[in-house]
Ligand binder design. Sequence first.
Ligand SMILES: *Cc1c(COP(=O)(O)O)cnc(C)c1O
Length: 412
Amino acid sequence: MNTLHPQTQLLHSDRFRGAEHAAGHQPIHKSVQWGYEHAQDIADTFQNKRSGFTYARGGNPTTAALEAQINLLEQGIGTISFATGMAAISTVILALLKDGDHLVASQYLFGNTTSLFSTLAAHGVSISYVDVTDVEQLKAAIQPNTRMVFVETLANPRTQIADLMGIGDVCKAQGLVYVVDATMSTPALLRTKDCGASIVMNSLSKGLAGHGAVLGGSLTDTGLFDWSNYPNIFEGYRVGDPKNWGLLQLRKKGLRDIGGALSADSAQQIALGLETFFLRSERACRNALMLAQWLLAHPAVEHVDYPGLPQHPQHDRANVLFAGKGYGTLLSFTIKDGVKHPFEVLDALKVVMMSTGLGDNRSMALPVAQTIYAEMSAERRADWGITDGLIRVSVGIEHIDDLVADWAQALD
Ligand SMILES: *Cc1c(COP(=O)(O)O)cnc(C)c1O
């Protein structure tokens, strides 16, 4: 079955994995407890010598089926699901870093990730923020106590694209855990493992589910990192093949202790969305490119950020990384001074939802500086190039003519 394309494998994955009665969907397992017939079996399960379920906070058969699907898309050695993307990020940070460690992170991070990282200092982890479009800046920030590098593939809202390959080479040479938040590129555009990522993080609440009716997150170990020399693996997890030590600590210490477990109901909701993921991604990326080109040509529009436009600073990098599969579903733009207030344009939208959503099947737009970055200082916003007039658009799968018509009537 490994010769099939990921799209095909994904659709049949539950049946191929042996779901009861060859059902097309893994059933929702509500049970929190599992019974064992032999004491040796439950002992072996607890001691990681045998696979099995013990208590649902550490996973259940429905979340396991979803994890297999995400793992297939990311081509990892194992995947762990979480209640939200933020639970996944909190877990990777708390389970793998300790007091005295140093983290190098992208300066263009999802707002809540920045917020989480700002609390890390209080727990003894220091952080350097760098412009990850330039690998030299990242190199210069590495210290003797640096353990981890955390970047996003495609930044929100201005769509900067990190030098993912260059950073992968540096992390490999220096033995750093390379964590990549791939939420905005998704496995439809990029196999993040090919950039050298140690761990790929996805928010399943966005494009992977697509319907915007569920929250979830995941961490995939790509198998590229050598955990045998990583100093923060606890003694109890230094058992068996060192390839699995990272996953073991993330699941046993991270997921179990922190408790951000995904429910079985949510896992199935995400899996139902995943079925159409590749189809939806094609349509939404095509819509986004067409809308970006249309906005760029509009007389009221000052500037458009979209990796598919030749003007984009990392357009060539996008062509290499995404290899013609699309340029994502996120774009941002500004309106020329004195033409119309951005709020007036947003208020006039009829089809496009004014909402904070990303990767939703429905198109959504919002003023960035006054909402998701309102907590940030004006100085920091200026550093990021987030002006007061910046409008972010997450492009959905509607008919492109309806999207263009909606923006046309709002801008005119
Ligand atoms: C939404 C998002 C997250 C957080 O995911 P949740 O599921 O909302 O917790 C993390 N990173 C990026 C890039 C996101 O867009």
